[in-house]
Write a protein that binds this ligand. Structure first.
Ligand code: DOR
Ligand code: ZN
Length: 345
């Protein structure tokens, strides 16, 4: 039996939701990951420091006894976020970034930023206090092809933004394109880092239409061509410390996915680390998994590495077709199929 023991990892991009869904999904993450960046796109969004601290308390209350997990909070940036809120957030020591959702780009992004120029003073303040900007990097203009929205965002929004704010550090969340990888790699500093999801490392856009329309594989940014997936996998397994693990696990009730207008998001939390192990194994790079999952993220964020360990075992396990989620049900990634690596301790 092949086994792999790693320093305990963190998830640098996670959707935990709230209420009964939070209680249902949190244990999957907390049993493996020590910390997670908790995305603020709730309804209503987590815009203020007070809201973020209250959400943090709800997460801790939902945590089953005996699990040692630390939620890392993020503020949702709007056109009217006061720069002072960033200063307050930093002072608490519990806010670790501010999330930029271009308005309309994804789930619960309606309150997001309509024009980047409107948040210029907040961006300057972020650079000043040393908090990173976490970016959903897609333009929203309807005339831009869905598959090109990340690459266009880099040229139209991100390059000028980085040039304007020389002290600003940015996490390009859930990177999906070769252009995105090149954008991170072309710099000779670490001002721009990126999270990579397990699903974007394992699937290309053919998976959306395999034998029919597959709503549970629909996420944003949408899956791209094979050559992009290959570029992401090469970056993840390269050892470059600017790339790290962020699942973007995003649960939606089954009915919201299997719908005439289905929600974006893949629920990967139950097998997250096993899925990453599969991706790294496919590239012959299991020896690079620990740094990607457990070292690069904390170093970039300036946090201590975790002390604990997790052990993965190579033994295929069938994935449940559906899982209970409060009063609803959710379909996990690989539902009805098998995952090759399991966390056993
Ligand atoms: O697929 C996605 N789901 N992408 C996002 O950016 C948001 C997320 C969600 O909250 O469901
Ligand atoms: Zn996300």
């Amino acid at each position: 039996m092949q086994r792999l023991t790693l320093r305990r990892p963190d998830d640098w991009h996670l959707h935990l939701r709230d209420g009964p869904i939070l209680r249902a999904v949190l244990p999957y993450t907390a049993r493996v990951f020590r910390r997670a960046i908790c995305m603020p796109n709730l309804t209503p969004p987590v815009r203020t420091v007070d809201q973020a601290l209250a959400y943090r308390e709800r997460i801790l209350t939902a945590l089953p006894e005996g699990l040692d997990f630390e939620p890392l909070m993020v503020l949702y940036l709007t056109d009217t976020t006061p720069p002072q809120e960033v200063v307050r957030g930093k002072a608490t020591g519990l806010i670790h970034g501010v999330k930029l959702y271009p308005a309309g780009a994804t789930t619960n992004s309606d309150a997001g930023v309509t024009d980047i120029a409107r948040v210029d003073r907040v961006l300057a303040e972020l650079a000043e206090v040393g908090l990173p900007l976490l970016v959903h990097g897609e333009v929203t203009a309807s005339h831009v092809d869905l598959f090109d929205r990340e690459a266009v965002f880099i040229d139209q929004v991100l390059r000028p933004l980085i040039a304007r704010h020389s002290g600003l550090r940015v996490v390009f969340e859930h990177l999906t394109t070769a252009e995105g990888v090149a954008f991170v790699q072309e710099r000779d500093d670490d001002r721009v880092a990126a999270t990579l999801t397990a699903h974007h490392l394992l699937l290309d856009r053919n998976a959306l239409f395999e034998g029919g329309l597959r709503p549970h594989r629909y996420c944003l940014p949408v899956l791209k061509r094979a050559r992009h997936r290959e570029a992401l996998l090469a970056a993840a397994t390269s050892g470059d410390p600017r790339f790290f693990l962020g699942t973007d696990s995003a649960p939606h009730p089954i009915g919201a996915k299997e719908s005439a207008c289905g929600c974006a998001g893949m629920f990967t939390a139950p097998d997250a680390l096993g899925l990453y192990a599969e991706a790294f194994e496919s590239a012959g790079a299991l020896d690079k998994l620990e740094a990607f999952a457990s070292e690069h993220g904390p170093r970039w964020y300036g946090m201590p590495l975790n002390e604990g360990r997790v052990t993965l075992e190579r033994s295929p396990r069938r994935v449940e077709p559906v899982l209970p989620m409060g009063e609803e049900q959710v379909v996990p990634m690989r539902a009805g199929g098998a995952v090759q690596w399991q966390v056993v301790a």
